[in-house]
Design a protein around this ligand. Structure first.
Ligand code: HEM
Length: 134
């Protein structure tokens, strides 16, 4: 049975409202593993904020069982697969999730343990899917 993650879309909306969420996420994420900054050395970070902003929303929909998000998820997974333009060794995904959860904790005033567990479940769904497509 799929589960509704409307509470996560709402939490995510609260995070984005401040305007500094994406920049803060990448600050935490870059510092989380020595291999990560080099991966973004040639990236237009403004465009990247926009791409990930949408990517996270699609990932939440996909975790809740939406079939509309399937194709976009597969495209994002391919970008991060071995043959994609930004291959991501699956071992790095834990850093991505932990960094995102830290940024959410800082930006969502309603964040608590229950919400954190739900976010983690949805993010695990995404990262295990990407890893399976590697
Ligand atoms: C350890 C985890 C991750 C790393 C190291 C990583 C790294 C990258 C890099 C280096 C790029 C390319 C930037 C460029 O074009 O210069 C990229 C693009 C992108 N990433 Fe990730 N990523 C990670 C996880 C994710 C996850 C989990 C999502 C989705 C929820 C995601 C969504 C995207 C999207 C939408 C793009 C733009 C794709 C495009 O250019 O077509 N990434 N990522």
């Amino acid at each position: 049975m799929s589960e509704s993650y409307d509470d996560l879309q709402t939490s995510y909306g609260r995070c984005l409202r401040s305007g500094s969420f994406m920049a803060r996420f990448y600050e935490i994420f870059m510092a989380s593993h020595p291999d990560i900054p080099a991966m973004f050395a040639h990236t237009d970070m403004g465009a990247q904020y926009v791409a990930l902003r949408r990517g996270i929303s699609v990932a939440i929909s996909h975790a809740s069982g939406s079939t509309l998000s399937r194709r976009t998820m597969l495209e994002m997974a391919k970008v991060h697969g071995r043959g994609g333009h930004a291959p991501v060794p699956p071992v790095l995904y834990a850093h991505w999730s932990d960094s995102l959860l830290r940024a959410i904790a800082e930006h969502d005033a309603e964040y608590d343990v229950a919400l954190e567990q739900r976010w983690r479940k949805a993010l695990d769904h995404t990262t295990s899917y990407f890893a399976s497509q590697y």
